[in-house]
Ligand binder design. Structure first.
Ligand code: DX5
Ligand code: ZN
Length: 223
């Protein structure tokens, strides 16, 4: 083991995999010890990039029993909740910046048997969580501006992660803190120490040929 004994979860983001070989890529990270699979859904409106929809989720569902974690980076996520439920999503986050009637949307997610979460852009204040805590099972703290893989983590987001962890602990909130964007072996230790329960990582997993080693490195395990 490395410096941390924490049991951080690792969620490889399929945004960075070879989509022409998605079943092999999924099997490789599943065999390599991934805890869940992260789907970056982008609409070209909320973020300047376009990716995939529920079809990919349903296709991957046939290859693994791991939890599927859907991150909706779309201007209007609410109509997509039911299609992703039908596609087999187990966790689903919407950006607080995009939903007007957040309680209604998150309640629908939970009614469908999916763990609801909210994603926060780097510029979004943690204060938005004040009313939201009871409705969510996790916070997806963006550590880059969403839209693209392979960006560098924004350093000020580390302080924000520490503050989020303190807020959650003070409330006795039982949910998870996930961090997303620019996560790599070089900053994973600090992210774990600051209170991340889940590390979402695209490039740091799929950009490495040894996926088992890459996942172990994010956990702080020496091999
Ligand atoms: C960014 C996405 C991330 C992305 C992370 O918009 O939400 O999930 O896949 O990619 P890396 O780990 O390469 O920064
Ligand atoms: Zn993501």
């Amino acid at each position: 083991m490395g410096e941390s004994m924490s049991s951080v979860l690792v969620a490889p983001s399929l945004l960075a995999c070879d989509l022409a070989r998605v079943s092999e890529e999924v099997c490789d990270v599943v065999a390599g010890g991934a805890d869940r699979l992260h789907f970056d859904v982008m609409d070209g409106v909320f973020v300047p990039n376009l990716t995939f929809g529920p079809g990919l989720c349903a296709a991957v569902r046939r290859h693994t029993v791991l939890p599927l974690d859907v991150h909706l980076m779309v201007a209007d996520p609410t109509p997509l909740v039911e299609p992703f439920a039908a596609a087999g999503a187990n966790l689903l986050s919407v950006h607080v910046e995009t939903v007007t009637h957040l309680e209604r949307t998150l309640r629908r997610v939970r009614e469908l048997g999916i763990r609801p979460g909210v994603a926060l852009n780097p510029a979004t204040s943690l204060a938005v969580l004040d009313e939201v805590w009871p409705w969510i099972d996790f916070v997806l703290l963006m550590t880059v501006n969403p839209g693209f893989g392979g960006q560098s983590l924004i350093p000020s987001c580390l302080d924000k992660l520490g503050r989020l962890h303190r807020l959650a602990s003070e409330r006795g909130w039982p949910g998870e803190i996930a961090v997303d964007g620019g996560v790599e072996a070089g900053n994973a230790g600090e992210l774990r120490r600051l209170g991340a329960d889940v590390l979402v990582a695209g490039t740091a997993v799929f950009g490495q040929s040894d996926r088992r080693g890459a996942i172990a490195a994010l956990r702080g395990e020496s091999r």
